[in-house]
Design a protein. Sequence first.
Length: 121
Amino acid sequence: MDGEITPAEVKALIEDGADVRVVDIRAPRAFVQGHIPGSENVPFDRLVAAVERFDGDEHVVTVCPHGKSSVQAANLIASYEGVGPDATVQSMAGGLDAWEWEFDFGADDADGESGRPESPF
């Protein structure tokens, strides 16, 4: 893992159209209630089975509610042999609590699940 990245840096990467993959590791119901625009949902409990999705990615940023579990997720992704040695894998510092901008809403997660949870986290 290559450390943490600030929410402002993540926002700038997205706005600049950088080749970055933002991975929200919360449960699908929480993701549907609100997520970073352009992010995808790969729940933490499914990450090991889905790690091959990151083959060849150059930059991956993991996101969770408070920035703790995403560190573990970033470490897991970085340890996968399909992620090249030049790839950057980071966790977003402070998690979604630190995201100061608008969220997207809806069922555009990786598993196609939807629902109305009581909390976005």
